[in-house]
Write a protein that binds this ligand. Structure first.
Ligand code: ZN
Length: 345
């Protein structure tokens, strides 16, 4: 309720959470002690009651160290404050074809922890791939990681609570907390691959094997080009940022037709989940030169053309406007929630 920049008195927090005065006082004192909240002064006294103390997220005492592994050839790290504001950045660049391993992530985290001068209380790592609830990367075809318990590795090295999640889930979290996303949202990310994340009643759908949203290798055209997974015509071969950028480099005059047909193909693929779940808000996150009006219009037209007219009204397909840091800030927000959510009254 206080994230990122809300200010509320203990009394209003009590009303909003339904917590008793004592529970709220215990919990907030504990969170103040840990550097998560601070007292901002007192509100004007109302009637004969004692003036209440105003609480807010403390942006000064605690730092997070976050790493985003979603982009090709670079591991992006940053320190963040508890309002998910990016403070210091560190990047490790890899040559083409090379990908970061756990040791590279460890080195990056070490630099971030050092620059924050002992203030880091949480570490977040966003990974393109399937991540288990215990922070093990079950598989990441982009990073060539299989069953790497990166959370345990990082926690053992630094002794700081670490949270690991899928990159698309992280970016969706930024759209939810800092963007315009509501409690129900389908979020599609176009990077090297195509990933999706679905929020229903404010909970991310994870699935039986933590692989919900792995839609990149669904075949949408069996006569399409061969995919690196061995099948033909996977969604990723038509719609990933990497595939589209390569095709546009090869034939720059085909830009419009490529974006139109890619938008339409994504729209076709989305028609079923949109109708199945009756979610109105679809957000697409990717490079601005791809996720522009041509791509989005083609996607919208296809969803409208293929959905039942009665139900397709009101569906919004829009671009994520949270910028290049959406994934980094999202994994930060997830770490903050984990820190704050440890306690239960
Ligand atoms: Zn494939």
């Amino acid at each position: 309720m206080l994230f990122p920049e809300n200010r509320m008195s203990r009394a209003s927090l009590g009303k909003a959470t339904g917590l008793s005065r004592t529970s709220l006082s215990d919990i907030s004192s504990e969170m103040i002690g840990e550097g998560l909240l601070y007292e901002l002064g007192t509100e004007a006294a109302q009637g004969r009651g004692k003036p209440g103390t105003i609480l807010a997220i403390d942006p000064e005492r605690v730092r997070l160290a976050c790493v985003d592994l979603s982009q090709p050839c670079v591991a992006t790290g940053a320190t963040l404050d508890l309002r998910a504001k990016v403070l210091n950045r560190h990047e490790t660049v890899f040559s083409s074809g090379e990908e970061p391993g756990p040791d590279d992530v460890m080195d990056l985290v070490r630099q971030l922890v050092q620059v924050a001068g002992g203030k880091v209380r949480g570490i977040g790592i966003a990974v393109p791939g399937v991540v288990s609830p215990s922070g093990t990367v079950i598989s990441s075809s982009n990073l060539h990681w299989d069953n790497i318990s990166i959370r345990d590795i990082i926690e053992a090295e630094f002794g700081i609570p670490t949270y690991v999640d899928n990159d698309t889930n992280a970016a969706l979290t930024t759209e939810r907390f800092l963007g315009h996303g509501g409690e129900n949202l389908i979020f599609v990310q176009l990077t090297r691959g195509v990933g999706a994340s679905t929020l229903i009643n404010d909970a991310i759908v994870r699935g039986d094997d933590s692989s919900a949203g792995e839609i990149g290798h669904i075949v949408i055209d069996p006569n399409g080009p061969r995919c690196e997974c061995g099948k033909h015509g996977c969604l990723e071969t038509f719609v990933s940022a990497t595939a589209l950028e390569a095709a546009m480099r090869k034939d720059p005059t085909s830009r419009l037709s490529l974006l139109t047909s890619a938008g339409a193909r994504l729209g076709r693929a989305l028609t079923m989940p949109v109708s199945l779940l009756n979610i109105h808000d679809i957000v697409i996150y990717g490079p601005p030169e791809i996720v522009g009006d041509v791509f989005l219009d083609a996607c919208r037209n296809e969803v409208a053309r293929l959905s039942s007219n009665h139900f397709s009204r009101g569906i919004s397909i829009r671009r994520c406007e949270q910028g290049a840091d959406a994934t980094l800030r999202g994994i930060g927000i997830m770490s903050i929630r984990r820190m704050a959510g440890r306690r239960r009254p």
